[in-house]
Design a protein around this ligand. Structure first.
Ligand SMILES: Cc1cc2nc3c(=O)[nH]c(=O)nc-3n(C[C@H](O)[C@H](O)[C@H](O)COP(=O)(O)OP(=O)(O)OC[C@H]3O[C@@H](n4cnc5c(N)ncnc54)[C@H](O)[C@@H]3O)c2cc1C
Length: 316
């Protein structure tokens, strides 16, 4: 079977869940060949094997992660030239999409971004115009480069014993144009990262104030979920902007999305519409969010959310 390169998304050796999703997707279309760039591989190799990497290209040179993004594209371009893979999969994160774009220019190929599924023949499925339209697109020139949205594929373990091959690239001066001078680890609590979480509980204007967001947090914590917010809530200063879901915020695609006191404006939908199961709690039965949901609760969130939290907590 043809190799499909999967760029491993990791932070200092800690592999992001999206990588396991990409490996799962790659295995459906060929042999998944993980591409590890930077230090930390030894601590992560078992995880790549667990999710079925048939091969791992290891580029451990620290220099490759000392500059912003460009070296990753140069290494991938060299691998594409040497190994002629059937496709290259990257995570549709800010960095992943930049790598994809740069790689496409280097190898003169087409790129598909924000793909939510990949069908036979590397046809990418896109959810566009706020999720109102599903579009299918195919790269018509060169090796397909596909940036896949985190959480759009359920990761499936398929233990393997991957072959390892050390690889390196001589960086161009252009790739060294922007150097990383400092990395600051963002303080984060116990909750999962918003774009990676399997469950997201978001609050909107209906929550009514910053203090009331503790209801959303408590519900989220009972489910092991991340907390999100509508723009109305973040603009009001009730919750930080980094947690905004939507067109001008984060795009999430969890297994379960619970919208609490959110009307379901098109710009909010754009960031959560591809969630697998959607639940809304809203006191207005005419709220547009109910057009979208799998389950809807018409009721006052100040009554429904605490009851839900209590019931979930009881079952643990
Ligand atoms: C260019 C542009 C970009 C935008 N980007 C984003 C974006 O990224 N993300 C985003 O979210 N928005 C975005 N918006 C804003 C968007 O249009 C909406 O204004 C916003 O999503 C509304 O947030 P909301 O649903 O929380 O508030 P509202 O629309 O005011 O809805 C509040 C809901 O809470 C319900 N409610 C009130 N009290 C209760 C209660 N006690 N119990 C239960 N339900 C209750 C109400 O019935 C109502 O449905 C953008 C707008 C523009 C123009």
């Amino acid at each position: 079977m043809a190799e499909i390169l999967v760029l491993v998304d990791h932070v200092d050796g800690e592999v992001k869940k999206v990588t396991f999703e990409l490996l799962t997707l790659a295995r459906r279309h060929g042999d998944a060949a993980a591409v590890w760039i930077g230090p930390g591989y030894e601590g992560a190799k078992d995880k790549l094997a667990e999710y079925g990497a048939a091969k791992v290209y290891v580029a451990a040179d620290e220099e490759l992660t000392s500059y912003v993004v460009a070296p990753k594209a140069e290494l991938l371009a060299q691998l594409v030239a040497d190994r002629s893979p059937a496709a290259v999969l990257v995570a549709a994160t800010g960095e992943g999409k930049e790598v994809a774009g740069r790689l496409a220019v280097k190898i003169d190929s087409g790129v598909l971004t924000d793909v939510v599924d990949v069908a036979d023949g590397f046809v990418g499925e896109h959810s566009i115009f706020g999720g109102a339209i599903v579009a299918h697109a195919k790269v018509s020139k060169g090796t397909p480069i596909i940036a896949v949205r985190p959480n759009s594929t359920a990761p499936e373990a398929a233990p393997s014993t991957p072959a390892e091959e050390q690889v390196s690239v001589t960086l161009s001066d252009a790739a060294k144009a922007a150097k990383v001078v400092e990395k600051v680890v963002q303080e984060k609590g116990e909750r999962p990262e918003l774009t990676e979480a399997a469950i997201v509980v978001s609050g909107g204007r209906g929550v009514g104030g910053a203090d009331n967001f503790k209801l959303i947090e408590e519900l989220a914590d009972s489910l092991g979920a991340a907390v999100g917010a509508s723009r109305a809530a973040t603009d009001a200063g009730w919750y930080p902007h980094t947690f905004q879901v939507g067109q001008t915020g984060k795009t999430v695609s969890p297994q379960l999305y619970i919208a609490v006191g959110i009307s379901g404006a098109i710009q909010h939908r754009a960031g959560m519409q591809t969630s697998k199961t959607i639940i809304a709690i809203n006191k207005d039965p005419e709220a547009p969010i109910f057009e979208l949901v799998d389950y809807g609760v018409v009721g006052d969130l100040f009554q429904v959310a605490p009851q839900l939290t209590e019931e979930i907590t009881k079952r643990k």
